[in-house]
Design a protein around this ligand. Structure first.
Ligand SMILES: C[S@@+](CC[C@H](N)C(=O)[O-])C[C@H]1O[C@@H](n2cnc3c(N)ncnc32)[C@H](O)[C@@H]1O
Length: 152
């Protein structure tokens, strides 16, 4: 199964180990690609609206016309078993594409284009932390799908 995650920015060094750890663990379950896109600009010099619009354009260049699931604070909350069911259903089409917002959030046009919006918690994480949490939840989902001990 192909899993792609599109996220603005770059990964900071303090999260690199966790990122590599889950990427390695996920290899046996999926062909996973993480695509980093350009950040929209400097919030001290430009408006949030301009930055979000640029980030949205960069994200959409990678998404093209594909359906995607937006990881969004304002999305639907689900438990890990429901998430694993969602991943399992998507396995039928062979592809699942996730998009994470940038440091300032998500442009409304991107929100409108998403086929589903998922919230990981009511708390706000950095976009980079969100990436690592999503990787862990994907790993958890594959362990559940394959009936392997991990999710308690
Ligand atoms: C620092 S947050 C942006 C916060 C911004 N106020 C918003 O509402 O999107 C950066 C990105 O990480 C993701 N994110 C952070 N916390 C999240 C959560 N609890 N659930 C889902 N996504 C989250 C979202 O994609 C968000 O756009």
């Amino acid at each position: 199964m192909n899993v792609e995650i599109v996220v603005p920015g770059k990964l900071s060094s303090h999260l690199q180990n966790a990122f590599d750890f889950y990427l390695k663990k996920l290899k046996r379950f999926a062909n996973l690609t993480v695509t980093f896109t350009k950040l929209g600009g400097d919030v001290n010099r430009e408006s949030k609206q301009v930055i979000l619009r640029r980030e949205k354009d960069e994200i959409l260049k990678k998404v093209k016309n594909r359906k995607f699931i937006l990881i969004d604070l304002h999305g639907k909350q689900m438990d890990s078993v429901s998430f694993s069911n969602l991943v399992e259903n998507k396995m039928l089409s062979g592809e699942i594409l996730f998009v994470i917002g940038g440091p300032l959030g998500i442009d409304d046009e991107l929100r409108k284009k998403a086929s589903l919006k998922i919230s990981l918690s009511k708390m706000t994480f950095t976009h980079e932390f969100t990436l690592v949490i999503l990787l862990e939840q994907l790993f958890r989902a594959f362990k559940i799908i394959n009936n392997e001990k991990y999710h308690y």
